[in-house]
Design a protein around this ligand. Structure first.
Ligand code: FES
Length: 152
């Protein structure tokens, strides 16, 4: 009788351990968000020929996100500009409270309509309450399509 009881005890213990490991793995997969890592999500924003000689080009990029039955779309306005031989992409979202800044051709600055935040062409704060410059986004020129691509 003793060997049978011992076998059952080991069987139940092994089964409980397997179930516990499975539950722990599932919990870890749900609780730990996946890291974005170094992968880029390049989006075509504009042709390099769209950039005006003076001032930046305004592009609106839309990102679609599907999650189960929900689908959301998020739009982001980006300023594309050329700085010497380099291209620059700046977010149009003010770093103070999130209003949308606009390029002011006369002054050569980005101006925020909400509290007077002012940024130079490189996106650095010149005046007003914004705590930091406009967010700079990675941008590259696709040599095959002549399009500027932005990593959102
Ligand atoms: S939100 Fe732009 S200055 Fe306040």
């Amino acid at each position: 009788m003793e060997p049978r009881r011992s076998f059952l005890t080991r069987f139940v213990t092994a089964g409980a351990a397997l179930i516990g490991a499975g539950v722990a793995g599932l919990a870890a997969a749900v609780a730990v968000p996946r890291r974005r890592g170094a992968t880029h999500r390049w989006r075509a924003a504009a042709s390099m020929f769209d950039l005006p000689p003076k001032g930046p080009f305004v592009a609106t990029l839309t990102e679609r996100h599907a999650d189960g039955w929900h689908e959301t779309r998020k739009s982001m306005v980006v300023f594309l500009d050329k700085d010497g031989d380099e291209y620059r992409a700046l977010s149009a979202t003010c770093t103070h409270l999130g209003c949308r800044v606009a390029w002011n051709e006369e002054s050569g600055h980005y101006k925020c309509p909400c509290h007077g935040g002012t940024f130079n062409r490189a996106g650095q704060v010149v005046a007003g309450p914004p705590p930091e410059g406009l967010r700079q986004l990675p941008v590259r020129l696709n040599p095959d399509t002549a399009e500027l691509e932005v990593d959102l």
